[in-house]
Write a protein that binds this ligand. Structure first.
Ligand code: GUN
Length: 299
């Protein structure tokens, strides 16, 4: 029986370390890290992520700045808000929650490019994507960083292993592929990226030592698609209708966890696997940004 990896517990250890540092910094520098979040519109999943982000930010001792904008807001209003935060010395990290409402989607790239790269704790700015691709990252995108931290925490060997990523998004699949390829202890994997145009995805996943499912399709990865003893990382967070659930839906991943856990060596569950790590990494990136700013100001 494969191990269910407890991402919530791992993230709890990380929060505790961050909390201790923030306590120390508050005393030594008289300032705590500041994280600003912007939510445009009322996408229910985005609202729920943002609520968790704000809760964790405050619990960890950071200062949280948040703005809600209506879905009918203009590109100009968003840019103005981002620019205010860019120039605010008490803010170390800025996050614009994606996806933006439909009529603003075409501006996503421009909005992300407006965030000061030294405050881009998502790591989505082209400067930061470039630094990552060159092997010298400033900020590692949160979900990929969380996945690497899970693998490290569980002592799962990456070097020389075949990692198959399903999904080529700029938020998860692409940056994760770069990380797994890096010439360091958390890299040196052989990496395959599968996507919606890949023919016979199962032919690839059956050869994988590590599978990372990040395509957004409920229960896509089934037991017949995996190799005995492989490690399965499930990034999917899909809402499926469930009249018996209090909210009328439940969350399931991209992996049929129940089916694969008899065959895999380890699996991350949904919820409680990668999700909690993503928010912990957001706070870690913000803390790292704060530390750099403090050392610039004190040096
Ligand atoms: N939407 C889903 N995941 C993310 C993320 O990591 N960052 C932002 N900004 N939006 C998201």
């Amino acid at each position: 029986m494969g191990k269910l990896i407890d991402g919530k517990a791992i993230s709890g250890e990380i929060y505790e370390e961050i909390r201790q540092k923030v306590k120390e910094y508050r005393i030594n520098y008289g300032r705590v890290p500041g994280l600003a979040t912007l939510l445009v519109g009322d996408n229910p999943a985005s609202k729920s992520y943002i609520r968790s982000k704000i809760k964790r930010t405050e619990e960890t001792g950071f200062k949280s700045f948040h703005r809600d904008l209506e879905s009918g807001s203009t590109f100009k209003e968003i840019i103005e808000q981002v620019n205010l935060w860019n120039h605010d010395e008490t803010i170390d990290g800025i996050l614009v929650q994606l996806p933006l409402p439909d009529q603003l989607k075409k501006y996503t790239g421009t909005i992300m490019d407006t965030i000061d790269p030294v405050k881009d704790v998502d790591g989505f700015h082209p400067n930061n994507m470039g630094l990552l691709a060159k092997g010298n990252p400033r900020f590692i995108p949160c979900t990929p960083r969380g996945i690497i931290e899970i693998l490290k925490h569980e002592n799962i060997e990456i070097s020389g292993k075949h990692a198959v990523i399903i999904g080529r998004s700029q938020i998860v699949g692409l940056p994760l592929a770069i990380l797994l390829l890096m010439k360091n202890a958390a890299g040196n994997a052989t990496v395959t990226i599968c996507h919606s145009r890949t023919k016979d995805i199962a032919a690839f996943t059956r050869q994988a030592d590590i599978i990372i499912a990040a395509l957004g399709k409920p229960h896509f990865v089934t037991a017949d698609m995996i190799k005995e003893g492989s490690v399965i990382i499930d990034v999917g967070i899909n809402r499926i209708e469930d009249p018996s659930a209090k909210r009328g839906y439940r969350l399931v991943g991209d992996v049929d966890t129940e089916a694969v856990k008899g065959k895999a060596a380890a699996v991350t569950p949904v919820p409680g696997g990668v999700g909690p790590m993503t928010i912990a990494m957001l706070l870690l990136n913000t803390l790292n940004s704060y530390e750099k700013r403090q050392s610039r100001n004190n040096g």
